[in-house]
Design a protein around this ligand. Structure first.
Ligand SMILES: [Zn+2]
Ligand SMILES: [Zn+2]
Length: 358
């Protein structure tokens, strides 16, 4: 902070050399802070400018009807040149803002957020396909609190949950048309995608299964029994680990030590055995990056594998923002997860080597 003041005072002396020397004296942290400060200011200014474009465009159109040009009068050939020269905006960004403004004509809250520059057009574009007059207020709340990644995940979940699918024609975000599918259509789609999923069975396994089938052995029965046995073993393993974890926690409590926040390797292993290395939210196939405490570590001070779920970054953010309630009713996670620290950095997924037998 002191250094920022220093940079300003140096600037006021109008000495470029001193300014550069002092910049060199900044620590990495101070330099990064200054970059973040001006970067945020630049983005905010760009949003404000972008919000003005629909009005500029409307005035240009009104003037053209009278045979004049608002833009040419000011030395610009088009709204694109206007936006590029004054704010460094690309043609695509201008198109995005103008299209969004049209799409939000009947959604006053989102419209106002766009033209006031309150939120970015890019974030608004992510929700445009699910926005309605009824949900626009809630959506604005999501836009304001979630990162772009989490917002994307939220919109995808919302569509899955409501049986919506999309077709894209050309433009990434604004030409999206949303269709409602019947429940049966969804079931057929899911089944087809599962059938097409390649199990990548090894040749020896395929050979064994085929031989068994030829002998009239019910392969499905064998596989079902195997899967049930695996499930039971997992439950037993989890119960054993829970007991151990509770014992450890209580032992530490007796001698006045706080619970260990690091998730032990055996807990990680059993969770990954159960869920694999993908996000545990149904339908989400993104890589898992965090082990999330459904109950919140602060509550039971225990790494209970029954309540630990691997989540992708987007779903992890949604879990902490309490956004599952509306977005992922289908999911197995607790709804309305409280806002709490989940030791994100410490508990990033560190996928241990899994034993060969699951
Ligand atoms: Zn978490
Ligand atoms: Zn996910």
């Amino acid at each position: 902070m002191n250094k920022i003041v220093m940079v300003k005072s140096v600037k006021s002396q109008n000495s470029q050399n001193d300014f550069c020397v002092n910049l060199k004296n900044l620590s990495d942290k101070e330099l990064y802070l200054i970059c973040k400060k001006w970067g945020a200011a630049a983005l905010a200014a760009r949003r404000k400018f972008a919000g003005l474009l629909p009005e500029i465009y409307a005035r240009e159109m009104a003037e053209r009807e009278k045979g004049r040009s608002w833009l040419k009068k000011r030395g610009f050939l088009s709204v694109y040149e206007f936006a590029a020269k004054l704010a460094g905006m690309s043609r695509e960004q201008v198109d995005l803002v103008l299209r969004l403004e049209k799409r939000f004509e009947d959604k006053t809250i989102l419209h106002s957020a766009l033209v006031s520059g309150e939120v970015s057009a890019n974030k608004l574009a992510r929700v445009v396909s699910i926005a309605t007059s009824e949900n626009q207020h809630d959506l604005l709340g999501k836009i304001e609190t979630l990162s772009s990644r989490a917002l994307e995940v939220f919109v995808k979940d919302f569509k899955n949950q409501n049986g919506l699918t999309e077709t894209k024609t050309g433009d990434e975000s604004l030409h999206v048309q949303t269709f409602k599918l019947e429940k049966n259509d969804l079931q057929v789609q899911t089944l087809e995608s599962e059938i097409n999923f390649d199990l990548e069975l090894a040749d020896d396994v395929k050979k064994n299964l085929l031989e068994m089938k030829k002998k009239g052995i019910d392969i499905n029965q064998i596989l079902r029994a195997f899967l049930n046995e695996r499930k039971e073993k997992l439950e037993q393993e989890k119960s054993r680990i829970v007991e151990k974890q509770i014992q450890k926690r209580d032992d530490r409590a007796i001698i006045g030590m706080p619970a260990n926040r690091y998730i032990p390797i055996e807990v990680r292993r059993v969770v990954i055995k159960e869920f694999g290395n993908k996000c545990s939210i149904p339908g989400c196939n993104r890589p898992a990056e965090n082990l999330h405490h459904e109950k919140g570590f602060a509550i039971d001070q225990c790494h209970d594998p029954r309540y630990l779920k691997p989540l992708c970054r987007g779903h992890h953010e949604l879990a902490h923002a309490g956004s599952f309630a509306r977005a992922v009713i289908l999911c197995s996670l607790s709804i309305d997860a409280p806002k709490q620290k989940c030791l994100s950095r410490r508990n990033r997924m560190q996928i241990p080597h899994l034993p060969a037998a699951a």
